[in-house]
Design a protein around this ligand. Structure first.
Ligand code: GAP
Length: 477
């Protein structure tokens, strides 16, 4: 599959809507740009990925605990974190179309139209200029390359300016009482401000981590690429607090650990790569992205940052409260250093949707061909694990199906259906990624076996009815 396959991407978006994974938000009013709703199977998939991450981070790591902090935080949080002053992107406006672009996206979009060597020279130049915040240099680069606005088709650009990405709102019911607060642009700050509460209440010893999953909001200017770049999205973050001087070792550890987690989802290793940051964020002394090859190319899914003691030090300064740890092993008080892992839940859903989507040509017995659309979602995160399909709506077959359903649904998500021809029912299950279907037929009544059909190979075999739960459980582990 070519990395720039726009057709495939459009097919994934259409499929996601038609089969209940992702809908445009408030679609009856023509939608809201860069905001999406998850449908029945999308929300199940999202929950499964969230749970898989949560279990891996907390249950499987003795030294990591979770929290669930509020979205609203005291406004000083964002002054201390640097978001009020620094959380902005360099933008440029086209004077004719009035359309605003993030300069890196504008240049990247243009680079995609160039031969590989030229594109990479242009992107290197862009990275170097952005690293030193040389905005007039960036504007010059845009004019030298005659980069045009996709809407007006002109190169009539304003100067490059910085725009803050935080959404603000008012707290309090009347204007006089109100105070401007922000919708959090990352979940991390809820962890930092709770560092001592968690350390003391859960009696954590350094090194230890705090994990959190939750919504974040950014007023993204360039809102495209479906659920890749959203204005309301969900992050799964973990801050790992360690002794100063050990942070780069932990950074290497988490870099590998997180890549292993991605690989454990079951997609090919060649689809992932590390991308070291050239321009480090104001709080980091090392940073890398884990990138995935989406249908529109390699893009970030997760960031791993060594954030030094920046955040805790700033919160200590702004709050006037000590945010230190007494380390009994070295008999010293210090502000811990932090390694952060931050993955986008929606982007991970997009990894799964775009990589699972498969169109297969299937030869039919009469010599013609058929197309099968199958979502090859890894069974452990598939929305529905097992479909229970009586071959006929009579002769006691539905009753047997219902009995199997009763036994299995305590353990995993099952779906029961008796309507339509079996072939049609299989195709519907393929389209939403159900890895296993069982059919109940007349032979079931004779020998208590059912047919299990495997989504990816379409192979079928007979298994004892009494072992359905155990067999499916084993396969989705
Ligand atoms: N606390 C660090 C932090 O927020 P980030 O690289 O800005 O770092 C982390 O974001 C992850 O959040 C990204 O790797 C991405 O998966 C996800 N993310 C960021 N902005 C997003 C957006 N507008 N829409 C969807 N996901 C986004």
């Amino acid at each position: 599959m070519a990395s720039n396959d726009n057709n495939k991407f459009q097919a994934v978006i259409a499929h996601a809507k038609e089969y209940g994974f992702v809908f445009p938000s408030s679609e009856i009013y023509d939608g809201l740009s860069a905001v999406y709703d998850y449908g029945p199977w999308g929300s199940e998939l999202k929950k499964n990925i969230r749970d898989y991450w949560w279990k891996n981070m907390t249950q499987m790591h003795e030294n990591i605990v979770g929290i669930d902090a509020a979205i609203f935080m005291h406004p000083t949080t964002w002054k201390a974190s640097g978001h009020v002053d620094n959380f902005s992107d360099p933008m440029i406006d086209n004077r004719d179309s009035k359309k605003r672009y993030r300069v890196d996206h504008l240049i990247e979009g243009y680079a995609e139209t160039l031969p590989t060597a030229e594109a990479s020279a242009l992107l290197t130049q862009m990275d170097q200029l952005l690293a030193v915040e040389d905005f007039s240099g960036i504007k010059q680069l845009i004019s030298d390359n005659k980069i045009k606005c996709g809407v007006s088709g002109t190169a009539n650009w304003t100067d490059v300016r910085q725009f803050n990405l935080m959404f603000s709102t008012q707290l309090g019911s009347v204007a006089e009482e109100s105070d401007t607060i922000y919708l959090r642009p990352e979940t991390a700050q809820g962890i930092f401000v709770n560092f001592l509460n968690v350390q003391k209440s859960a009696r954590m010893k350094i090194p230890f981590g705090i994990a959190q999953v939750g919504k974040a909001f950014r007023n993204e200017i360039v809102a495209r690429q479906f659920i890749f770049r959203m204005r309301e999205f969900e992050q799964m973050e973990m801050q790992f607090f360690c002794r100063p001087g050990t942070e780069l070792e932990w950074y290497e550890y988490w870099k590998q650990e997180r890549l292993n987690w991605h690989l454990s989802l079951g997609f090919d290793k060649s689809k992932y790569r590390f991308h070291d940051h050239v321009k480090l964020a104001h709080y980091a002394n090392a940073a890398v992205d884990i990138e995935f090859e989406f249908p529109f190319g390699f893009k970030e899914v997760e960031g791993i940052h060594s954030r030094t003691d920046y955040d805790l030090r700033r919160h200590q300064e702004f709050s006037g409260k000590k945010l230190q740890y007494f380390d009994p092993e070295i008999n010293k008080n210090y502000i811990p250093f932090v390694v952060e892992t931050s993955i986008g839940l929606d982007r991970t859903c997009l990894v799964v949707l775009s990589e699972s989507y498969t169109e297969e040509i299937i030869p039919k017995e009469n010599g013609t061909k058929d197309t099968r659309v199958v979502m090859k979602i890894p069974p452990k995160i598939a929305p529905i694990k097992l479909a229970i399909l009586p071959l006929l709506k009579k002769d006691g077959l539905p009753e047997i199906g219902r009995d199997i359903m009763k036994v299995c649904r305590e353990e995993f998500y099952c779906f029961y259906e008796e309507k339509d021809a079996i072939g049609k029912r299989y195709r519907r299950m393929d389209a939403i990624g159900t890895p296993f279907c069982i059919t109940i037929d007349h032979q079931t009544k004779e020998d208590e076996t059912v047919t299990i059909r495997y989504r990816d190979s379409m192979e079928q075999e007979r298994i004892p009815m009494a072992r359905v739960k155990e067999i499916v459980k084993e396969k989705i582990k």
